[in-house]
Design a protein around this ligand. Structure first.
Ligand code: URA
Length: 234
């Protein structure tokens, strides 16, 4: 692939902007500055640098973000900052989107990608991908609430009760809840329907992929092969 197309596909702007970056000597490949946009490189395993920052060529972008509170999962946020402000600009430019949304005040594991099939697979209700949340509740959790959550609660606007795939009291006011759907405010609404109130919510896991303890709030990283395997990808 020619260098201009490499930069273009990886999110470094319009073709004209990519050509300008290259012509200005701001791009190097394998340690050598390349000022010729038409130079062809094999993209498999290709590393390049733009303004000294290293990039790995990726046909698609798959990443995880430890979402902090106070950020909206939208490119066009209404009241808070956007989670996209936590990512390098080329990721937004190449069309990375949130794989499902977390509320502004919810923290934890958020996946992002520019692969439409991947986004669809992990947001489609048909696939029933389990998502595990830790909720801090206002009132102590009792057995009746746990039973209601595991048997199913009727949410406003739904025709059938929705049951948690798994539910566990981790502490007096700490609830671990796994759901297979991704309905609007689902966990908060389920906890309210069970007779309690969600005061804080954190997503800990999607499928078998857990938020790594080493990823601080606001940090992101690429998904590696083991992460994709944990999600059931090959
Ligand atoms: N359920 C909620 O209520 N909020 C979230 O952010 C995610 C799941």
């Amino acid at each position: 692939m020619d260098l201009e197309s490499i930069l273009f596909t990886q999110g470094f702007g319009s073709r004209r902007q990519c050509r300008a970056l290259i012509a200005a000597g701001r791009v190097s490949v394998d340690g050598a500055v390349c000022i010729e946009p038409d130079t062809v490189f094999a993209v498999d395993g290709l590393m390049f640098e733009v303004d000294g920052a290293a990039w790995h060529y990726r046909e698609h972008a798959y990443l995880m973000l430890h979402k902090p509170p106070g950020y909206e999962c939208s490119r066009d946020p209404q009241h808070h900052a956007s989670v996209f402000s936590l990512l390098p600009a080329p990721l937004a430019t190449r069309g990375v989107q949130c794989v499902g949304r977390l509320d502004e005040d919810t923290t934890g594991l958020l996946l992002l990608s520019d692969d439409g099939k991947f986004i669809h697979a992990y947001t489609s209700p048909k696939r029933k991908v389990p998502k595990t949340y830790i909720a801090t509740t206002r009132h102590p959790i009792d057995d009746a609430q746990l039973t209601a959550l595991s048997d199913g609660v009727l949410l406003h606007g739904e025709s059938k009760p929705i049951a948690a795939a798994a539910v566990l009291a981790r502490g007096e006011r700490l609830l671990e809840l796994t759901i297979n759907e991704g309905k609007y405010h689902q966990v908060k609404r389920m906890i309210a329907a069970a007779g309690n109130r969600c005061e804080a919510l954190h997503r800990e896991r999607i499928g078998s992929l857990a938020l790594p303890a080493t990823l601080a709030q606001g940090e992101w990283r690429w998904l590696d092969a083991a992460d994709l395997l944990a999600l059931g990808e090959r």
